[in-house]
Ligand binder design. Structure first.
Ligand code: DMJ
Length: 449
């Protein structure tokens, strides 16, 4: 019903545009996608399919056939377009088998390739004028952006028969492996021309997050044959544990940010995805650390739940701190907003599947109630400007990831484990499921031809 409400209102007021403004009941355009339109449609395709909303899936598919056009003349974010559009199209193809989605995914992948024309092969953040974000340290590319192409690009090679996509992302690995890493950590900034790190800032939240996620998932998606991805992931987690993970005096485990050796005792909502990541990776953890990684996941889930529970609206802030006498609370006005992000619910879903502890469903249900009470409006769902306030001030944006991630993870949290089982599917960072590529998949397809 939540999906229906979000979708119907998007359809009614913003059909074909990128996102919905649910208060003003009109389209919302963000500068991430340039002239590419229909972000909500492409991001929502697989959720509609999984929820068996057949009519809606059909109309979304027709829109893609007739209208989805990749004009990259205006500037686009390579990362955002990859995770939402390429990822969304790939999942829609694998779930439905409809050729149009495969064709569009490969077509779009090809348009992204010029971003890799740099001296190192580390891609630019922005196309079509190839450049980086003006705010990024020393003209750098961002770890979480160039490190979050791997899953989609491996699938693009698999589906197109063109090895160029996989070669591009394997080269990123090569560049990273050649570099010295401070204390074994990966800085968020890397200059694509010089191949040198920018500022030594390290984060498991924004600017770093999905790079780590994709190391683990690359290994899982390769049917555990990508030993390099595996080693990079577990080595990185070891360094994160030593240098970034701390426990508050009140007993809450959190992941701090690292700035040139100094810790900032702040955790972002984005960082909360790491609970699910640690638990998902627990099985392969070296040195008998499986139980330890599950426990780490559980502790991060608990901390992130506290960040929700300590607000008036029971929805978590964008960032919360562990200093100045507070724990898991936002102290700065510009960190008190909630924009329908999925990461905490994502972690509940992984923890539920991997432990079956009923508290994760309870916590997920608390989030459903809070979303219904504070974010649901006549025209869809909106983010909130201050979750500590008793009265909602809505931000008037229904983010496309609310349909692709937040609602999908909630649905999976309350579904049986055999819906998209983890042995066969990995989720890209926008919650688009991609199948594990089994070692004999290539041959199977050859034989079928
Ligand atoms: C999504 O686009 C993805 O989850 C990304 O990895 C981080 N930001 C948003 C959701 O918060």
């Amino acid at each position: 019903q939540m999906m229906k409400h979000a979708w119907d209102n998007y359809k009614r007021y913003a059909w074909g545009l990128n996102e919905l403004k649910p208060i003003s009941k009109q389209g919302h355009s963000s500068n991430l996608f340039g002239n590419i339109q229909g972000a909500t449609i492409v991001d929502a395709l697989d959720t509609l399919y999984i929820m068996e909303m057949k009519e809606e899936f059909k109309e979304a598919k027709e829109w893609v056939e007739k209208n989805l056009d990749f004009n990259v003349n205006a500037e686009i974010s390579v990362f955002e377009v990859n995770i939402r559009f390429v990822g969304g199209l790939l999942s829609a193809y694998y779930l439905s088998g409809e050729e149009i989605f495969r064709k569009k995914a490969v077509e779009l992948g090809e348009k992204l390739l010029p971003a890799f024309n740099t001296p190192t092969g580390i891609p630019w953040a922005l196309l079509n004028i190839k450049r980086n974000w003006p705010w990024a340290s020393g003209g750098s590319s961002i770890l979480a952006e160039f490190g979050t192409l791997h899953l989609e690009f491996v699938h693009l090679s698999h589906l197109s028969g063109n090895p160029v996509f996989a070669e591009k992302v394997m080269n990123i690995r090569k560049v990273l492996n050649r570099l010295d890493k401070p204390e074994g950590l990966y800085p968020n900034y890397l200059n694509p021309s010089s191949g040198q790190w920018g500022q030594h800032h390290v984060s498991i939240g924004g600017l770093g997050d999905s790079f780590y996620e994709y190391l683990l998932k690359a290994w899982l998606m390769s049917d555990k044959s990508d030993e390099e991805g595996k080693k990079m992931y577990y080595d990185a987690v070891q360094a994160i544990e030593t240098h970034l993970i701390r426990k508050s005096s009140g007993g809450l485990t959190y992941i701090a940010e690292w700035k040139g050796g100094l810790l900032e005792h702040k955790m972002g909502h984005l960082t909360c995805f790491a609970g699910g990541m640690f638990a998902l990776g627990a099985d392969g953890a070296p040195n008998d650390k499986t139980g330890h990684h599950i426990e780490l996941g559980a502790e991060i889930a608990r901390t992130c739940h506290e960040s929700y529970d300590r607000t008036s609206m029971k929805l978590g802030p964008e960032a919360f701190r562990f200093d100045g006498g507070v724990e898991a609370i936002a102290t700065r006005q510009n960190e008190k907003y909630y924009i329908l992000r999925p990461e905490v619910i994502e972690t509940y879903m992984y923890m539920w599947r991997l432990t079956h502890d009923p508290k994760y469903r309870q916590w997920g249900w608390e989030a459903v109630e809070a979303l219904e009470k504070h974010c649901r409006v006549d025209g869809g769902y909106s983010g909130i400007r201050d979750v500590y306030n008793n009265h909602e001030s809505h931000d008037d944006v229904q983010q496309s990831f609310f349909l692709s991630e937040t609602l999908k993870y909630l649905y999976l949290l309350f579904s049986e484990d055999d819906l998209l089982p983890f042995e066969h599917w990995v989720f890209n960072t926008e919650a688009h499921p991609l199948p594990v590529l089994h070692k004999d998949d290539g041959n199977k397809e050859e034989n079928q031809k």
